[in-house]
Design a protein around this ligand. Structure first.
Ligand SMILES: [Fe+2]
Length: 197
């Protein structure tokens, strides 16, 4: 029986990853695709624009928590180190919900650090370490920016009959941020530790 002649190079070509490929973007930034979710184009467009602002601010708040998780110091180091990381994880979960909602509405979610940096409304933190009271003030200010815009966006989404976006904003974003504010803010109450005043 004669053996078939096999061109090894040709066979292996099919098993080799095709790398360094380039091509046109599938959906350019700022352009909306229509999803069959029974919402008006205006509702989707407004939702995408608002949620991208909220996404940039939430990514920044998430990163602020990780920065402070690493850089915290002092007598409350251990509890704040753990608390900051817990809030980081909860913000990361919100980010995924917001980004995926943007895609559901037919938009493109903001993702990369340089784009986030030029979009966020949260003031830039220094590269160096800051004391606990300053870290906490920075976090509380960031939370308040997020809460203020999320409440406005929730009302606008309800007016446009976008209940899904309204629910995400109220049930997840607003409630999570309010709770985190409580846990963080209680650390800057000047309460006596040992003896009542
Ligand atoms: Fe860690």
């Amino acid at each position: 029986m004669a053996n078939a002649i096999v061109d090894a190079d040709q066979v292996l070509q099919h098993a080799t990853p095709i790398t360094h490929q380039q091509g046109q973007e599938l959906q350019p930034w700022g352009h909306l695709i229509r999803m069959p979710i029974a919402l008006s184009e205006a509702a989707c467009r407004e939702g995408v624009d608002n949620l991208n602002q909220l996404l940039a601010d939430t990514i920044t708040l998430r990163d602020l928590y990780k920065k402070h998780h690493w850089q915290v110091s002092g007598p409350t180091f251990y509890q704040l180190h753990l608390l900051f990381d817990k809030h980081y994880a909860e913000q990361a979960k919100l980010i995924d919900s917001i980004a995926e909602r943007i895609q559901v509405l037919g938009g493109v979610s903001i993702a990369m650090a340089p784009d986030v940096a030029e979009t966020t409304l949260i003031p830039r933190a220094p590269k160096g370490r800051e004391s606990v009271p300053v870290q906490i003030s920075r976090l509380l200010h960031a939370h308040e920016i997020v809460l203020k815009e999320a409440r406005t966006m929730a009302r606008l989404a309800a007016q446009r009959e976008d209940d899904g976006t309204n629910d995400l904003l109220v049930s997840e974003v607003i409630r999570t941020n309010e709770l985190q504010v409580w846990f963080v803010a209680e650390h800057v109450v000047d309460a006596p530790i040992v003896r009542a005043e």
